[in-house]
Write a protein that binds this ligand. Sequence first.
Ligand code: SAH
Ligand code: SF4
Length: 381
Amino acid sequence: MAIFSAASESLPVVSGNRTRPPRHLADLTASQRREVAVSLGEPGFRADQIARHYFARHLDADDADAMTDLPAASRAALLGALLPVLLTPANVATCDGGDTRKTLWKAFDGVLVESVLMRYPDRATVCVSSQAGCGMGCPFCATGQGGLTRNLSTAEIVEQVVAAARVLARGELSGGPARLSNVVFMGMGEPLANYATVIGALRVLSDPPPAGLGLSARSITVSTVGLVPAMRRLAGSGLPVTLAVSLHAPDDELRDRLVPVNRRWPVAEVLAAAWEYGETTGRRVSIEYALIDDVNDQPERADALAGLLTGRLAHVNLIPLNPTRGVSWQASERRREREFVRRLRSRGIAATVRDTRGREIAAACGQLAADEADGSGHATG
Ligand code: SAH
Ligand code: SF4
């Protein structure tokens, strides 16, 4: 199976002697945050004030003047210690009439990650990255082609969500101010390969302010390629997030090619862990299936998939393949896509074709970052 290497060959650039992202309040527990304030000679509650500004008002260090409850003389020191700048926008692109906004972020060490904010009539969803790059090597995925650069920190993940909430609250997407309702871990990276950090982010996203952002865990979806031990740990974490499993093929022969980690945890083991997850959390599991023309969209594969899912609390999310540079695969023809859906539904399997928001600005997983890295970025800021 081909694993490509065009997208991001650069090693992380280390600024100064820093090798980790700066410490940020989203990396710390509430009591650790207070200790930081105390270490600066300030009362511990200053940390709660800053956390409230960040999580409830979505302010950042640039908004220091708006934090009028902090003494002017200590604002800079407190914000420097608890609210450093983690990500700066390197490219922002909007499409879908202003309803979709994709941001390419540059981290402290120059690595690029992306997030996509999508506004719908009834909800607003941000798709976030959990790693810079990805080590799983799925050949149809732009992120997979460049390998893993590094794990993101908890605060780098949380910051993508807070930035999206800020854009919505300030009415910067069309349709006026709105609240962020959903988070999906479907940007760059394999979230369960950065397990402890992602769990930390899930806790911060779901804890109420001032500890965190106060989103409901159920409105957060973690998408995984099928890392079985981590799926089991997630089930036991007490965080009832929605689990999405990227299956893409019902048989090991094809899945070994499309999702190389299948050689370690094959279809039967991945699905057994998915059903366990559903039983433990009471949540319906989402099965992701990118439809690739003449590769995995045959009628017999639809039937085989239906056979695997019959009687299970599952929903199939079919994703028209977003073609990736260097790979000749295309999205399924509409006729084949319709037949695939029909076959699943005729066997009682819930299936929908995912809307391909942001396609015109290459919003599929990892594509904006890949374009930027090889110098052919076509999104405009
Ligand atoms: N690593 C995780 C989450 C990030 S990828 C995972 O693989 O689940 C998010 C989703 O985008 C996955 O379902 C993935 O299979 C899908 N995806 C990746 N590249 C794609 C492409 N070129 N076209 C359509 N879907 C793609
Ligand atoms: Fe990684 Fe997911 Fe892309 Fe596979 S599809 S390479 S797991 S980001």
